[in-house]
Design a protein around this ligand. Structure first.
Ligand code: FAQ
Length: 314
């Protein structure tokens, strides 16, 4: 009875647009859904450093190298904000990282594709960060305070990432024939996986109804995907590249760019661990975890020393 009243009050607060904060009462299901989603998001940011990290030493100029270094470093920071946001829900970071390293926790499909040429760095910044911004601008308004604030900060940085990528795309699209071919090839390879980032169609999305009811998601997977397509078609035209979809056509009645069918078999195969780079990505992260053990130990020792110092002077 008490819980029924609390649930009613909780839902009324969400309805009024109030933020739910860590110490507030929340249904267990809200808490577990948020932990699932925020931790998957954190793992994605961390794995997301790998495809682009692959090109830091081969960036074509110092300016490009500096921008890419800053971007990859930002992704690590996003992972950390997000693990902190998940921890406010009473879960330990080491538990979440353990689930990721054991292969139990998911991370975004997109980071299981290879970066074959420098042009892929442009395509990722433009398309992958572009898709992430569409999704995360919504999440910055979500009902859970710490996740909302983390996304607000993430979006500001992602905006720079997108411009960095789009500038590479535009530069290469105006370059020599070999450069134009290279950027078009990268766009062809990253377009469809970017559309998959928004998740399955609404009718096949088991979590959406609950997440939308509690305003964690404010728009559905399909609505956000459509928004991304509408924005990107115009940008592709301005840049001088084509999107690899013969079914792409404008519908004046809905003001939407309709697009062809996504290959969901490919999506699920990648999500289940069988994409082109899943094994490489997991191997790299497991190795980094082992090699980074001394950093965690040193940080723990430092924190313990600071606590002892504070206790002594209190
Ligand atoms: N990949 O019921 P739904 C970035 C899973 S960050 C893998 O629709 P939901 C920045 C889903 O987990 C990119 N799995 O799920 C960057 C669920 O399985 P589960 C990451 C996916 O949660 C840029 C099942 O399918 N962003 O790019 C995917 O309602 C460049 C059923 O799906 C976030 O994580 C997928 N794409 O909606 C970094 C944002 N989609 O858990 C470096 C936060 C779905 O029940 C370089 N997350 N699945 O076993 C979200 O907005 C949502 O979780 C969705 C999925 C929209 C991803």
């Amino acid at each position: 009875m008490e819980d029924a009243n609390k649930l009613k009050e909780f839902e009324a607060r969400i309805e009024r647009g109030e933020k739910i904060e860590p110490k507030d009462w929340m249904p267990e299901r809200y808490r577990t859904q948020l932990i699932r989603m925020i931790s998957q998001h954190a793992h994605s940011e961390i794995v997301g450093m790998l495809p682009e990290g692959n090109w830091i030493t081969r960036a074509p100029s110092l300016r490009r190298k500096m921008s890419l270094l800053a971007k990859v470093q930002d992704e690590a920071g996003h992972g950390l904000y997000l693990y902190c946001a998940a921890e406010t829900l009473g879960v330990d970071r080491s538990e979440l990282v353990g689930e990721f390293l054991s292969g139990k926790a998911k991370y975004s499909n997109i980071f299981n594709y290879p970066t074959l040429t420098w042009a892929d760095i442009g395509a990722i910044g433009w398309l992958v960060d572009g898709a992430a911004i569409v999704n995360q601008t919504m999440l910055a308004k979500c009902s859970y305070g710490p996740y909302s604030r983390a996304n607000l900060r993430i979006c500001k940085e992602e905006t720079f990432h997108k411009v960095q990528g789009y500038e590479i795309v535009c530069t290469m699209a105006q370059g020599r024939p070999a450069q134009r071919k290279m950027i078009q090839d990268a766009v062809n390879r990253w377009w469809w996986p970017s559309l998959m980032m928004f998740g399955p169609h609404d009718k096949n999305s088991p979590n959406s109804a609950e997440l939308m009811k509690w305003k964690v998601k404010l728009f559905s997977n399909d609505d956000l995907r459509q928004r991304f397509v509408n924005l990107t078609v115009r940008q592709a035209r301005a840049a001088g590249v084509t999107l690899p979809d013969p079914d792409l056509k404008y519908n004046p009645e809905t003001d939407n760019w309709e697009f062809g069918e996504i290959n969901w078999d490919e999506f699920w195969s990648v999500v289940r661990g069988n994409g082109p780079c899943n094994r490489d990505r997991m191997r790299a992260r497991r190795r980094a975890h082992v090699e980074g053990a001394w950093v965690r130990e040193a940080a723990d020792a430092y924190a313990a020393k600071q606590r002892a110092k504070a206790a002594k002077s209190a």
